[in-house]
Write a protein that binds this ligand. Structure first.
Ligand SMILES: [Zn+2]
Ligand SMILES: [Zn+2]
Length: 163
């Protein structure tokens, strides 16, 4: 021991004791566990915090391209701790991912059609507009297939819509 050494302070002593504890743990497996409890808790907390930040950063970037939302998500974890921050984030985050939003928009575009006369949204199979009664489908003069009356050209053969 270096007790009595002028340079050694109380900090050095307690630090050396901690080191001896770690050594005992590895050699005998019976260190004074109370002195290791706090550092282990802090390490675990820091680890959880970092993992939560990485997860949130990844999750928010597949839901929105907004930089403000990205920073908000990270601050939420930093300020409200991983536990409460994650809960708040999960409640407030955008419900759908960008991929899901795109699929939904594509699905809508293939199931509805806008009336060229009044702008009413109609199901794609409707023959007449539910808003104004106008014809929604016309028969192509070239290939006689039906297509939306708002199209400029037949989507099947390219003949112009002259109605
Ligand atoms: Zn209409
Ligand atoms: Zn045609």
């Amino acid at each position: 021991m270096i007790t009595g050494n002028v340079l050694s302070s109380w900090w050095n002593d307690s630090f050396l004791e901690k080191l001896e504890n770690v050594e005992q743990l590895f050699v005998n497996g019976n260190a004074d566990s109370s002195s290791l409890f706090l550092p282990c808790c802090i390490m675990l907390l820091v680890f959880l915090w970092v993992i939560a930040l990485i997860w949130v950063a990844k999750d928010i970037s597949v839901r929105t391209k907004s930089t403000v939302a990205f920073l908000w998500a990270l601050f939420c974890i930093l300020i409200f701790t991983p536990l409460f921050g994650l809960l708040i984030y999960l409640v407030l985050r955008p419900k759908k991912t960008l991929d899901e939003q795109l699929k939904r928009r594509e699905a809508l575009e293939t199931t509805v059609v806008e009336c060229g006369s009044c702008g009413e949204i109609n199901l794609i199979n409707n023959k007449f507009c539910t808003g104004c009664g106008d014809k929604l489908k016309i028969k192509c003069r070239e290939c006689s297939k039906e297509f939306s009356s708002s199209y400029g050209y037949c989507p099947f053969c390219g003949a112009p819509n002259i109605e």
